[in-house]
Design a protein around this ligand. Sequence first.
Ligand code: NAP
Length: 279
Amino acid sequence: MKTVGIVGLGLIGGSLGLELRSQRLRVLGVSRQEQVCEIALRRGIVDVASVNLSLLGEADVIFVCTPLHAIAAMVEKLVPYLSPGTIITDVGSVKAPVLREVMPLWPHFVGGHPMTGTAQQGVNAAQSGLFVNTPYVITPVEETPEDAVEEVGEIARSLGCQLYHCSPEKHDRAVAWISHLPLFVSAALLETCLGETDGEVLQLAQRFASSGFRDTSRVGGGNPVLGEAIAQYNREELLRSLYAYRHSLDGLINTIEQENWQQLNQQLQINEIERSKFL
Ligand code: NAP
């Protein structure tokens, strides 16, 4: 039976544990906190839990599910416990800087990014079915061993994910458009609404908000630690997408100021047709 290790039993790590155990894989989990280990055992996220990384010496594949800034440091701490063939992968939302830091530390490393999530964090946010029918991107570099890519891909497929491969750089630019830009557009939307100075209007807006606002504000109202990490780690691609967005927004404002309804309608028609290609 394959043994999988997970470090960082939060939303993604915990959900991964639930899913892998349901596939009858043996799951070993490491958290920094005894209390999280107890919860993970009680919730069936792991078979064995510990605060000691040495537990993962037995694992065939290790998923590092910590925040972005802690991934490379975690790999460095894991190295003394590993066999030469142990595969390490991560789930970080940005890939190029992680790969640059980690590849010199461990050659059997495969960058990965499950394109799923919720606005919650921590072990109690872990849920079954989080990965089903979602994209899972693997970002091999020249030095990545082929068998390690295969192994991680097989696990991703077993979660019910659609598997994709691309370079870390292409990944970071693509996710800037569909994940990181929406996060900051949504954050700006919330901030702008909160700027309403008439208290009564603000309260009415908060009461009237329904599905449209729920959809458009969800990603901007999520985990601030994740948002900050994304801005730091994918700064260049995020800024590129935000400048392009500002340009589009100025164009829309201009069209509406000029009451050019035909142009506005044409643009909205294009959007209506093209949106399905992203979903
Ligand atoms: P999370 O719920 O906060 O879980 C991260 C876990 O990592 C924490 O629960 C904690 O687990 C551990 N951790 C926190 N700080 C640490 C540190 N300094 N050193 C070592 N361990 C630390 O966050 P998450 O949403 O699962 O995100 C984890 C990773 O998944 C991130 O790299 C993120 O980019 C990526 N990701 C997130 C999403 C999303 O939508 N949330 C989607 C795809 C990928 P213990 O308390 O058990 O130690």
